[in-house]
Design a protein around this ligand. Structure first.
Ligand code: PLP
Length: 229
């Protein structure tokens, strides 16, 4: 995909994904506007990102702070209604940069990070939305709070640290049926009284919406495969 085809392809992909999202939302008794499409632009070439912007997409997800700074700092000035979500693991030494750049941090996955994010937001005089990442599959190699601790951790971040916790996020194990993980995340969000559920990627966003997702994170289905560097 290159040249003049890029805009055409990406704008068609966006239209078709939005259509599928609307159908899935209706199946869950919700309106199409109730679910936000986060376009995951990590590792994608600039021309694909500019095509998505030209097609009207304004919410983007990135998984690395430095890569996102290079890509978005200038575009941010051009598109004041842009919304950037951090969807990858955050090291504490990058917390300040993340708070400065991102509107939403979806990967709050440990106490130490929560404390530092609260400090940085106070220092910078901003309040960003945060999602608690839940390790729904209890995978040792994956980040996230355990399902058992998630509700208490969210409450602690809100009440003791003053963070604006808006919801929960998960990345189900790749080798398992995602539906049970989506159902678990929804149950935990209900228990915690949180409205936002970030779940579902290219392969399973329709399922995620049927299980209550309010945000889906879709990369390759919009932009094509990520080029191998
Ligand atoms: C890369 C990534 C996505 C998007 O994945 P696709 O399969 O390309 O849609 C979604 N969520 C997270 C956390 C990711 O790292």
């Amino acid at each position: 995909m290159s040249g003049p085809d890029v805009f055409e392809t990406i704008s068609q992909n966006l239209t078709s994904i939005r259509g599928q999202m609307a159908t899935a939302a209706e199946m869950d008794g919700r309106k199409p506007d109730d679910v936000t499409l986060i376009a995951v632009s990590k590792k994608q070439p600039d021309e694909r990102i500019d095509a998505a912007l030209a097609a009207g997409q304004r919410v983007f997800g990135e998984n690395r702070v430095q890569e996102a700074q290079m890509r978005w700092q200038d575009r941010r000035a051009q598109y004041p209604d842009l919304r950037l979500h951090l969807i990858g693991p955050l090291q504490t030494n990058k917390a300040g940069d993340a708070v400065a750049l991102f509107d939403v941090i979806e990967t709050l996955d440990r106490e130490k990070l929560a404390v530092i994010l609260a400090k940085e937001m106070e220092k910078q005089g901003v309040m960003r939305g945060c999602l608690v990442q839940v390790n729904t599959g209890d995978e040792s190699q994956k980040a996230g709070i355990t399902p058992e601790e998630a509700v208490a951790f969210a409450a602690h971040c809100q009440h003791d640290l003053g963070l604006n916790i808006t919801g929960l996020m998960c990345i189900p194990p790749i080798d398992e049926e995602p539906a049970m993980h989506f159902a678990l995340l929804k149950k935990l969000a209900n228990q915690a009284g949180l409205a936002t559920l970030s779940m579902g990627m290219s392969g399973d966003y329709e399922t995620a919406i049927r299980f209550g997702a309010t945000q889906v994170r879709v990369g390759s289905s919009i932009f094509g495969e990520r080029p191998v560097p």
